[in-house]
Ligand binder design. Structure first.
Ligand code: SF4
Ligand code: SF4
Length: 448
């Protein structure tokens, strides 16, 4: 029975809907004592998970039961912010109504801090265990999953493949909304549906939240299975300015103005869990003005950085870019074939961790996005989508392999790209009825 459900999850093309897109048939084909459902949604401006918990908890619950059975979990914990009181009420009522069906789970209210939803932070908050440096929660007997992923599992058991995605559209748009849209929907369509962009000046469009999202080209980009939000921010916002800053300029600024104050390290959530990750060490050693090859090797603790962005968007008083430099170092070391050498297993949490959690309201003010929060209700999406773009790589693993040809007719839910044989990956299905009009190395276009 379990094997059959793993096959259903695999055939439906389910990947983690809230992060990098780890294939779910791989994740749930393991055994773990604890299942954590990550409902923290700690990035500002995103409202998908709490709305799904409020409006469709029945399906999330069914997905939770399936996932917990598959991995043999004895403890199931739904962790969400204590401030999501409406969602908590819905879940508690549901729990009371289903008491007799023998499936039990805990509700764990979290503080309003960032990044509460980081996988390793969440594992510690729930279990007080720390996953090894560079490791995964499974190494301490835990599997963490996302709310929408569980909803997709429930849909798959009911016969539906992943063709829809919940996305919050927020920021400088006329009517911020959270919408259920076909995977592959052009981002431009989404923004038009939300009344268009309202800022008079220059702007940038981001896939993801202000802390971890990436700037995209709105005219070419389409919704992926992992897209949780599309936000529009003014070009001169701190978020956009950091992403546009070149590595050369980031190094020059560090060389000129790093105060060696250590705030970037002291507030780093991974350092606070005992990881040997020291952004200040890297920043104060930028005296040469450029990062040389030998510097890169010295700073291989960059592999422990989870890209949360706190060091550059919140902690640094002089606006330096430790996170961007770590991302650069990781990419350059990756090109040289260097892998993460850090794997300490027995870690001790920092004594001051509880006092150094960054409150989300202060973070929102620092990012100047506080004016946008809590205004993206769940709405119907009635726009006609006559063209979709399905990326062949919208998951962890090898890109999917097209199984259709140009000119072929396809129907909604039909498999259009399969897992590359012998490699980890995910299947991709059409989200509309149409004709395949273009296939490249990186995407498939389907038009009505
Ligand atoms: S982005 Fe900065 S604060 Fe976040 S984990 Fe990396 S080094 Fe630490
Ligand atoms: S917080 Fe900024 S100024 Fe302070 S050590 Fe880190 S990079 Fe340097």
């Amino acid at each position: 029975m379990d094997k059959q459900e793993i096959e259903i999850i695999k055939n439906a093309g389910i990947v983690g809907a809230g992060g990098a897109g780890f294939p779910s048939h791989v994740k749930f084909n393991a055994q773990a004592g604890t299942l954590i459902i990550n409902g923290a949604e700690c990035e500002p401006m995103i409202h998908v998970d709490k709305l799904l918990l409020e409006h469709d908890f029945g399906k999330v619950y069914e997905g939770m039961r399936t996932a917990a059975t598959l991995i043999g979990a004895k403890r199931i914990v739904l962790a969400l912010k204590a401030k999501y009181s409406d969602a908590i009420k819905v879940i508690e009522d549901f729990k009371n109504r289903t008491k007799s069906d023998g499936f039990n789970f805990e509700i764990l209210p979290l503080g309003n801090f960032y990044p509460a939803g980081d996988e390793q932070v969440l594992v510690y908050e729930v279990t007080h265990k720390i996953a090894p440096e560079g490791g995964i929660p499974l190494q301490v007997g835990v599997i963490v999953t996302n709310v929408e992923t569980l909803l997709n599992i429930s849909n798959a058991i009911g016969g539906e493949n992943v063709t829809q995605k919940y996305v919050t559209v927020n920021g400088e748009v006329a009517s911020p909304m959270t919408l259920k849209v076909p995977v592959g929907t052009p981002v431009k369509k989404l923004i038009q549906y939300c009344g268009g962009i309202i800022t008079g000046g220059e702007y940038a469009v981001i896939d993801g939240g202000p802390m971890m999202g990436k700037i995209i080209d709105m005219d070419k980009y389409a919704v992926k299975k992992t897209t949780k939000s599309i936000i529009v921010l003014p070009e001169d916002s701190i978020v956009v300015e950091h992403q546009r800053r070149s590595i050369h300029r980031a190094v020059k600024r560090a060389q000129a103005i790093c105060l060696s104050c250590r705030m970037c390290t002291d507030l780093c959530p991974r350092y606070l869990l005992g990881h040997e990750l020291f952004p200040d060490e890297m920043m104060k050693k930028m005296y040469r003005g450029e990062l040389t090859d030998s510097d890169l090797e010295k700073f291989d603790f960059a592999f422990l950085c989870c890209d949360c962005g706190l060091c550059e968007l919140y902690s640094c008083v002089v606006d330096l870019s430790a996170r961007s430099l770590f991302n650069y170092i990781k990419a350059e070391l990756g090109k040289k074939g260097v892998k993460n050498p850090h794997n300490r297993q027995y870690l001790t949490v920092n004594d001051f961790r509880d006092y150094r959690k960054v409150p989300v309201d202060r973070l929102e003010k620092r990012l100047e996005v506080d004016k946008y929060h809590s205004i993206a209700p769940l709405c119907d999406f009635n726009a006609k989508i006559s063209e979709i773009k399905l990326y062949l790589s919208q998951h962890v693993g090898a890109p999917s392999v097209p199984v259709v040809r140009t000119g072929e007719k396809v129907t909604e839910g039909q498999l259009v790209a399969d897992i590359c044989e012998g490699k980890p990956g995910a299947k991709i299905h059409s989200s509309i009825n149409g004709v395949v009009s273009e296939i490249t190395d990186s995407f498939i276009i389907i038009k009505e």
